[in-house]
Design a protein. Structure first.
Ligand SMILES: NC(=O)c1ccc[n+]([C@@H]2O[C@H](COP(=O)([O-])OP(=O)(O)OC[C@H]3O[C@@H](n4cnc5c(N)ncnc54)[C@H](O)[C@@H]3O)[C@@H](O)[C@H]2O)c1
Length: 328
């Protein structure tokens, strides 16, 4: 069992972590906490997403074990970097996670990571409900890609306890998290979040609040331009990506990165960036919009800028190896 930190209120000891959304990021974030020894409650109102959650988590745990064994063959404990070695009888990460369709099941959580869809009204509804359901000390951390944390905090009566924890994808395999502090976020909330992430073996890179923060203010523009270049016929998808890999040394090109994120999430993120900056540079290009309208949303649907036939057979496989690009 994990040790309580001095900075952590005693009332949180033994309390679960809440995760809202059982999709790509929700399953990955749940895995991070479960591997560090926390009980986790994941909530998603969509029965299909909820039903697929355990398989996504299992696939993530398998992938993480495999990669950790490969990188340190002598230890191979299969635990998160910050979690220590569990006793032989301790529950597996999968056993530490409970899946539910009821947000009220997050009532005992001391920390909730919101990983619902990248739409302001969706997150507004979730946060307003969480504010009613959870205790006054509970921190709400959003995994939003682009929505300013100030706006998210305004949907609650506790803006001082609202913060951005922008995990990268796949969350269990990435060492750093972009942490966003809004002007209203308290110092204590920042410290609790940084300490908690350290327990997961993750370094917090703290930035100020702005649409898209640092990561996606830059990345989303690049992904959209890469799709524009492809749509204009300047080069095929493979060549666009190879240029970034072979000329710039990036581990993954922008089109494969967009497929990994999910083209629906990229589109939603661009819409949010355009809404909050008023800048037309973020208008999603026609090819991206067409793929999303056709349901070709990338790796998770088996097709995007590339085909992923193995994904269609095993939709829980949302993960790539550590060599892949980080994204958020
Ligand atoms: N995919 C990425 O690479 C990535 C990386 C970092 C951050 N993010 C951000 O994380 C969040 C989740 O993205 P994702 O890729 O996991 O999307 P996803 O589409 O895989 O999952 C979103 C989940 O939210 C659920 N949901 C919708 N309404 C809900 C509600 N009212 N309550 C609870 N759950 C609800 C959906 O059923 C779905 O399962 C978004 O804000 C996204 O921008 C995504």
């Amino acid at each position: 069992m994990r040790e309580r930190k001095d900075s952590e209120p005693a009332s949180t000891t033994g309390a679960p972590v809440g995760v809202v959304g059982a999709g790509t990021m929700g399953a990955g974030v749940a895995q991070c906490f479960a591997e560090a020894g926390y009980s986790v409650v994941v909530v998603d109102p969509d029965p299909e997403a909820l039903g697929g959650g355990p398989a996504r988590l299992r696939a993530g745990v398998r992938m993480a074990r495999l990669l950790r064994r490969r990188s340190s063959p002598s230890t191979g404990s299969g635990t998160a970097a910050g979690a220590g070695t569990p006793a032989p009888s301790s529950p597996s990460p999968e056993e530490r996670v409970v899946w539910s369709e009821k947000l009220s099941d997050l009532a005992p959580a001391f920390f909730v990571v919101e990983c619902a869809r990248e739409k302001v009204p969706v997150k507004e509804e979730v946060l307003r409900q969480l504010d009613q359901v959870c205790g006054p000390d509970t921190v709400f951390a959003s995994c939003t890609s682009c929505i300013p944390i100030t706006r998210l905090g305004s949907f609650t009566g506790r803006p001082d306890r609202v913060i951005g924890t922008h995990f990268m994808n796949p969350a269990p395999l990435k060492d750093a998290v972009e942490v966003i502090r809004a002007p209203g976020t308290s110092e204590q909330t920042v410290q609790r979040t940084v300490d908690l992430l350290a327990e997961l073996g993750k370094r917090a890179l703290v930035v100020r609040d702005a649409p898209g923060f640092v990561t996606n203010r830059v990345l989303m523009l690049t992904l959209n331009e890469a799709a524009t270049v492809l749509g204009e016929g300047t080069a095929d998808a493979e060549t666009v990506d190879r240029i970034f890999q072979d000329c710039f040394g990036h581990p993954m090109g922008p089109l494969r990165t967009a497929d990994l994120i999910g083209l629906d999430t990229v589109l939603d993120s661009l819409d949010v960036l355009r809404e909050f900056t008023g800048d037309e540079r973020f208008r999603p290009c026609a090819l991206l919009a067409r793929h999303v309208a056709e349901g070709s949303v990338g790796r998770k649907s088996g097709r995007g800028f590339y085909q992923y036939p193995e994904q269609r057979q095993r939709p829980e496989h949302h993960l790539v190896s550590r060599g892949g690009a980080s994204h958020g």
